[in-house]
Design a protein around this ligand. Structure first.
Ligand code: SAH
Length: 364
């Protein structure tokens, strides 16, 4: 039994059921036992893999995207290049290497990594030691110095906790986690109704709301709108707000019961891109997309990049590059091209970022 499971049981025994939001928050970011706090969860030996871990091309293309956005912003110097939840630091490392072809951009860069996990911050530090740009860490957006910023976040928003509401007898009740007499955890609902949600749905339906995600997006978009800049957010999720549960737990690349092993499995929820776009617009920013990852990566040149790299590679390496390209843009089961969505958020003076020009958005 995990240390965190014991702690959560003791907490519920003492104070009563906790919300899904509290459960997810504790599972991922409890200072001692939180899932991200003390391990490297990525790759074949870990619990899940992400686009930058699949291929260097992902980070390289994002690096070139950032350089292009910077030049359309009027090449501000300095510019903060911020990554939200950088994991192992792979994306940033690949992005900075690719950005060598834009030396003025590289010279203007002040890199900031928003990371809550001391273990992952250490890995990022080691990987980026010789990247040639100043790198600093922050735990919150407000700790990143003011000024124009280009912000990248891959699989960051899905790790922010969600609240869940269940429709019971024509009312919305917040979903909670309670302790059974036999000592196991189970889902429950709060005794009082949530009166602020007006949506109607059949009994049994679930509505997910990421209040933390909304606050984050509002703060980020407000900063970009006022101090200039653009953000590229990529994650799995849906383009239109809807009902249904998307909370999922992964361990060793398999789905597990989210309540079974808090702190020992990754827990995420799909990102509601329509809701995120509403928060960003409300904060005064322009929103582009969502478009699916496959279209986005093709629009910013993944096929040219694949060709350039395979032309120089051994036959095995060329095969590996083509497989990685297909996994990132393909739409079949197990491929990421349709499952993942990208949105960009920018101040209103900056033109539509690469990949989000109207012609591309229409074909998406
Ligand atoms: N972007 C990386 C890792 C995604 S996993 C990749 O694509 O491979 C999620 C990352 O977000 C981890 O680095 C995790 O520690 C970080 N994270 C999650 N919630 C966070 C929060 N509230 N504040 C800062 N970092 C957070």
């Amino acid at each position: 039994m995990t240390g965190l499971l014991n702690e959560i049981k003791a907490l519920i025994a003492e104070r009563g059921p906790i919300t899904i939001e509290q459960f997810m928050q504790l599972s991922l970011s409890h200072p001692e036992h939180g899932y991200y706090m003390n391990r490297d969860p990525f790759g074949a030996a870990g619990d899940f893999t992400t686009a930058p871990e699949i291929s260097q091309m992902f980070g390289e293309l994002v690096g070139l995207w950032a350089a292009e956005v910077w030049s359309t912003m009027g090449s501000p110097n300095p510019v903060r290049l911020v990554e939200l939840g950088p994991g192992r630091g792979t994306l940033m490392s690949d992005a900075l290497r690719a950005a060598r072809i834009a030396p003025q951009f590289r010279e203007a860069l002040d890199v900031w990594l928003l990371e809550m996990s001391p273990t992952l911050a250490m890995m990022q530090h080691e990987l980026l030691l010789e990247c040639g740009a100043p790198v600093a860490w922050a735990q919150a957006l407000k700790d990143i110095p003011e000024g124009p910023a280009i912000v990248i976040g891959n699989e960051f928003l899905d790790a922010l906790p969600v609240r869940q509401f269940v429709r019971v007898s024509g009312q919305w009740r917040e979903r909670t986690v309670r302790l059974n007499p036999d000592g196991s955890l189970a889902y429950d609902v709060s005794p009082t109704a949530e009166t602020l949600i007006h949506a109607r749905a059949p009994n049994g339906e679930i509505l997910e709301v990421s209040a933390v995600g909304h606050r984050f997006m509002y703060e980020l978009a407000g900063r970009l709108a006022k101090q200039r800049g653009a953000a590229l957010i990529i994650d799995y999720g849906h383009a239109v707000t809807g009902f249904g549960e998307t909370l999922q737990a992964l361990r060793a690349h398999r789905s597990v019961d989210p309540l079974a092993l808090p702190g020992d499995c990754d827990i995420t929820a799909h990102v509601d891109f329509a809701a995120m776009a509403r928060s960003a617009s409300a904060a005064g920013a322009a929103v582009y997309g969502p478009i699916d990852q496959g279209h986005f990566l093709k629009a910013i040149g993944i096929d040219l990049r694949t060709k350039a790299l395979t032309d120089r590679a051994s036959p095995e390496r060329a095969d590996e590059l083509r497989r990685a390209r297909n996994r990132l843009v393909g739409k079949a089961k197990g491929e990421m091209g349709a499952l993942f969505q990208a949105i960009a958020v920018a101040d209103r003076k900056t033109p539509a970022p690469p990949g989000f020009q109207p012609a591309v958005a229409k074909t998406a």
